[in-house]
Design a protein around this ligand. Structure first.
Ligand code: GLP
Length: 256
């Protein structure tokens, strides 16, 4: 895993958007997995802006969702609604090349297997972008998730539900379950980029970068990947050791 420390949220959003644009320029039909949450909002704003300025063409990309809460598809909190609101409706992403997660499938096991098959049929994922949960989750792979896990339904961790409560009027209204790509599914992507911003993420960033690689902190799995990159701002980096700053500076790999 390569670590990049940037000055602030704007620089993080600029870099993330540029990585997406560069990939699409190199491979117009790239297979891309995008996240929800507050962290990527700046990246999406820049992607929409770049589209308006004619700097990027999304028409051939193939999109997969990383995770969603379980709720009716059009519920404002599903990944489908989020991506529609932040990217799809403002750009020329082709709706029939968007393999969104069905957030209320009638047969979840069958749906999850089909989703995995679709990823394989697309030739695998070129780029996964995700954020980092306070408990170290990767997508909705909560602590204890196997590194070989696949797309499935999961119970959301208490901490995750509390973090998600800011989108609802109370924590009781946050769905108890989600559907997520597995850690194993994500690790098969050719490139993984994790975006982290803010002081409140500093402790979990320290554990991901400097702690042991463990299923108790699912995000540590990306240290096993040969082409992964964590982009964090200075606030999120404030608990890292000088050694980690040096590794970021020199671009050397942070392994396990
Ligand atoms: C959420 C999602 C992740 C997301 C992360 C960070 O619960 N399951 O995919 O990236 O937590 O969210 P935020 O960017 O809002 O801090």
């Amino acid at each position: 895993m390569r670590l990049t420390i940037v000055d602030d949220y704007d620089a993080l959003s600029d870099l993330a958007a540029q990585l997406v644009i560069d990939l699409i320029k190199a491979k117009p039909d790239a297979v891309i997995t995008l996240p929800a949450g507050s962290t990527p909002i700046g990246m999406y704003a820049r992607l929409v802006q770049a589209f308006r300025e004619g700097k990027v063409d999304f028409s051939r990309i193939r999109l997969f969702d990383i995770d969603t809460v379980v709720a009716p598809l059009e519920d404002p909190h599903t990944h489908y609604s989020y991506l529609m609101e932040h990217l799809v409706r403002w750009t020329n992403v082709s709706r029939d090349k968007w393999y969104y997660l069905d957030s209320s499938p009638s047969d979840v096991v069958r749906f999850a297997n089909e989703y995995e098959q679709r990823i394989r049929a697309a030739g695998g994922i070129d780029l996964v972008i995700d954020g980092l949960g306070h408990n170290g989750h990767l997508g909705y792979n909560e602590p204890g998730s196997s590194f070989s896990s696949r797309t499935r339904m999961v119970a959301l961790h208490e901490k995750t539900r509390r973090a998600n409560a800011r989108w609802y009027s109370s924590v009781e209204q946050v769905p108890a379950t989600g559907i997520t790509m597995g850690v194993g599914t994500i690790l098969e992507a050719r490139f993984i980029v994790i975006l982290v911003s803010g002081r409140d993420k500093a402790e979990i960033v320290r554990r991901v970068v400097e702690g042991p690689v463990t299923e108790e902190v699912p995000m540590t799995a990306i240290r096993l990947h040969r082409n992964s990159r964590m982009i964090i701002d200075r606030d999120a980096a404030r608990m890292l050791s000088p050694l980690s700053f040096a590794a970021a500076e020199s671009g050397s790999e942070i392994g396990c």
